[in-house]
Design a protein around this ligand. Structure first.
Ligand SMILES: C[S@@+](CC[C@H](N)C(=O)[O-])C[C@H]1O[C@@H](n2cnc3c(N)ncnc32)[C@H](O)[C@@H]1O
Length: 185
């Protein structure tokens, strides 16, 4: 009987944490009008990996600006075990899921942080390569800080005020034509 009570308490605690995190997310989304937490598709991740593999295989650090549920970070970190891959995510629920799955599944060269990526970059955080798959508003905020990175790989949304060194046309689907914009300083 005691075990059943304990199990119920644990389930209720999980639900409570979930509801709190979910409410915070809804609040932040409404308040900041952030991009939806749509994870990147496999083909988009492959395109980013292909670009790093062919043009920038010797870089050391990568930052995913708005890492969502963490799929991009984990995939890249597994593909490039010598690189340190950091994901920064604003939303607590998505961050918790990415952090928990990292805790269980790794890989070791990945890490997740919760916070406003723009503030972190303004405060000095950087990497060799930045990856962005976020809406136009985040790209606008990021544009003045983009020069802190050697390379910026922007999926679907170009960096306002910057001229890409390469624009790669990817596949087309119900979301429209996917693009990869490559910026290098
Ligand atoms: C389209 S998702 C991309 C997820 C991930 N990069 C991927 O490829 O699967 C964009 C993410 O950016 C996050 N985001 C938006 N503004 C942010 C900010 N200022 N700092 C950190 N994350 C932010 C959103 O919460 C969302 O999860």
């Amino acid at each position: 009987m005691l075990y059943i009570y304990l199990a119920l308490i644990i389930v209720e605690l999980f639900l409570l944490v979930f509801v709190i995190l979910f409410s915070i997310e809804v609040g932040i989304t409404l308040f900041r009008r952030t991009a939806p937490q749509l994870p990147s598709q496999k083909k988009l991740r492959d395109a980013v990996i292909g670009e790093i593999n062919s043009c920038y295989p010797n870089e050391h650090t990568i930052m995913d600006i708005g890492s969502g549920w963490g799929g991009m970070v984990r995939r890249i970190a597994r593909k490039f075990p010598k690189m340190r891959v950091t994901g920064i995510e604003l939303m607590p629920l998505a961050f918790c899921c990415s952090w928990l799955s990292w805790l269980i599944l790794g890989p070791k060269n990945a890490r997740f942080m919760m916070g406003n990526a723009i503030k972190c970059i303004s405060n000095g955080m950087s990497a060799d390569i930045a990856i962005c798959y976020s809406g136009t508003s985040l790209m606008k905020e990021f544009a003045p800080l983009a020069d802190k990175f050697k390379i910026v790989l922007a999926l679907d949304f170009p960096l306002p005020g910057h001229v890409p060194v390469r624009t790669i046309k990817l596949h087309k689907d119900h979301l429209g034509q996917h693009m990869l914009y490559v910026y290098s300083r």
